[in-house]
Design a protein around this ligand. Sequence first.
Ligand code: NAD
Length: 489
Amino acid sequence: MDIQKQYIDGAWVASASEEIRDIINPYNQEIVAKVTESDAADAKKAIAAARHAFDYGDWPKTPATERGKVVQKIADLIERDREELAELESLDTGKTVEESRGDMDDIAGVFRYFAEMADKDGGEIIDSPIPNSTSKIVHEPVGVCGQITPWNYPLLQASWKLAPALAAGNTLVMKPSEITPLTSIKVFELMEEAGVPAGVVNLVLGSGDTVGGELASNDDVDLISFTGGIETGKKIMQAASSNVKNLALELGGKNPNVVFADADFETAVDQAMNAVFFHAGQICSAGTRLIVEESIHNDFINALVDRVKKIRLGNGFDESTQMGPLISEEHLVKVIAYVEKGKQEGATVAVGGGRPDDPELQNGFFYLPTVLTDCTTDMSVVQEEGFGPVITVEKFKTEEEAVRLANDSIYGLSGGVFTNDIAKANRCVAKMRMGTVWINDVNLYFPQAPWGGFKQSGIGRELGKTGLEEYQETKHIFQNLKPEPLNWF
Ligand code: NAD
């Protein structure tokens, strides 16, 4: 098996560390690839290449229209290689190929969106209060960007960072999650093919503490953009303070899904399931906290449990599979411990609550889709992000109580409200402290809409206009049209 390499200054190179990491298919633990294991010295080299490309290269000065064409070309190549990319993503993460195909379409869409945005901002003339002067606002690239991504949506999360950074004229070093680097490697090949100049995009493939830590702390990095867990986010914030880097953090979520009695019952049940069992719940915006009006609570749980029992677990490459495994053994152990703690705290397992018996699933990191009832906000399963196929159910009597429960969290990434009373929906949405709130829907995102969290779910927004602005500095240019001495001194 070939050893896949890092991409530094336009060349595919192995790490001097000579260490190799096995990449595992979480469905059966087979080794699907081997990659070089970068270390801090590799990260330093990659940062130096990006620094040089930014300070002396053409990319930041290339007309935005031309940069946009290159970003469009990357989208074309992703579409050309859609099937190969989707299969790689499923091999690496265990998610169904059907889902990965959808991811690839979304990813191409993200590159197209930012490609089209690249030359739409020609700056702004503002009214100067000073006579005989002009005042202009322009946006410039931030500089060298460090980009660190998680394992749950490896290429999708990468695209939210790569596309705007390139469109805005930055240079960058990316570090994908060490357990899911395969589609990122492939997209760096595509960026090379699309004509991104050497040094502009660099890829390192090591672990969080060493390589990620170097990106976060190195003084030649101007911006660090991170997607991952809260605790890692806090470390990155600290490390980024060394040179007061620009900081963009997309952290976790513990997302409430409020269902009122007047909602369309079947839709609400269906969407409660989509919210949490898609990709085995390994989604930052997973609706893991179901908050149901008391009058329909029992019927809702019965309907939910009936359907959850029918979810088909299996190989993501099998068309009948609806839910794949968790990403790793380490993560499986965490999810098991999370549910056990919930049980000790008084939660009842209505369905699931363990590993499947099916002999075919024993080599994979599978956990049964699980519904925990009798939950209250003080329980750790309700407060902590489990990041698995586990939903907790709480109940409420009044609209006020529903909103209070929904907001009772350190997180503020996303939430859902199901009701047919639009006034009620809007009253709730206005009070829900989250970056995205869906009314009668869940987990929808698209390139045009900003994505990010309130509270400890993060800082900044990816996607949308704000997603490009994260990769820009704002400069005010004031010009005196009639210079003359002031004679103050
Ligand atoms: P993680 O925090 O463990 O790792 C994320 C990345 O950070 C990886 O590349 C890892 O190698 C790196 N890293 C780890 N320690 C580091 C350090 N000290 N310095 C620098 N980098 C370091 O997260 P994960 O387990 O890969 O992903 C799951 C988490 O990501 C969940 O909390 C999920 O909610 C979150 N997430 C958030 C969003 C969002 O848009 N808000 C999207 C996807 C995932």
